[in-house]
Write a protein that binds this ligand. Structure first.
Ligand SMILES: N[C@@H](CCC(=O)N[C@@H](CS)C(=O)NCC(=O)O)C(=O)O
Length: 230
């Protein structure tokens, strides 16, 4: 049994994948320690324990777990009741949609760091197209209906970031997706989601995007628009 050991989350405070695990830790009422690292300058002890060099990394005693979906599955198993549906087919289906959530985080990230307007448009369209199927799947108010699930924990960080950017730029990243809008709004307002990031997260996140440059000098397209908007 490892459940009595307090886990240590190795984190970067702007990372959406880390946030997935923090949401699950909070939802499951698990006490944990956090160690922040600088991803631009990863400490050697981190590289020594993390073969992929990515956060989140969860250390439990001398065991080290990585990959947000795997970490969340572990947290779910050792802290019942499960956030997964009991039926194996439904559970696997939920896992598939957690993976789609990861893909959407990356589509949106490419959009946020696009260098030029056409580049931004390409990734904006890809992000919006990537929402098409889930619009018809989400049961509301959460992915599976009334019960919060690991799919909700996996998608909430994406919706939180898109909501911040929508407000800053006057964009709509869920155009015509009424079910998704209900789901996203519900998740962004959930206590565990709000408390899964530092208090000044919105400001920090937008400042991070504002500072995004190419080859160290040219501001990215979103960075330029944020500068114009402020
Ligand atoms: N598939 C991974 C993705 C994690 C990930 O990409 N984390 C980023 C920060 S948001 C990272 O650690 N990047 C460092 C690097 O790639 O060097 C997961 O779900 O945990």
């Amino acid at each position: 049994m490892t459940t009595h050991i307090k886990p240590e989350l190795i984190s970067f405070d702007l990372c959406p994948f880390v946030q997935r695990s923090v949401i699950t830790l909070i939802e499951k009422d698990v006490e944990f320690d956090v160690t922040y690292i600088d991803l631009a300058n990863k400490p050697q002890w981190f590289l020594d324990i993390s073969p992929l060099g990515k956060v989140p990394t969860l250390r439990i005693g001398d065991r080290v777990l990585f990959e947000s979906a795997v970490i969340n599955e572990y947290l779910d198993e050792v802290n019942p009741p499960s956030f997964h549906p009991a039926d194996p087919l439904e559970k696997a289906h939920n896992r598939s949609w957690i993976e789609v959530g990861s893909n959407q985080i990356m589509n949106a990230f490419r959009m946020m760091i696009a260098q030029t307007e056409p580049d931004y448009e390409t990734h904006r369209k890809a992000t919006i197209a990537g929402f098409r199927q889930v619009e018809y799947l989400v049961q509301g108010p959460f992915f599976n209906g009334p019960k919060f699930s690991l799919v909700d924990a996996a998608w909430a960080p994406l919706f939180a970031r898109l909501a911040l950017l929508e407000r800053a730029l006057g964009e709509d990243y869920l155009p015509g997706y009424s079910n998704l809008r209900v789901w996203a709004d519900r998740l962004v307002k959930r206590e565990s989601v709000i408390h899964s990031v530092p208090e000044n997260f919105g400001e920090k996140f937008l400042n991070y995007l504002k500072a995004k440059t190419y080859q160290g000098n040219t501001p990215g397209y979103v960075a330029q628009r944020l500068a114009e908007a402020s």
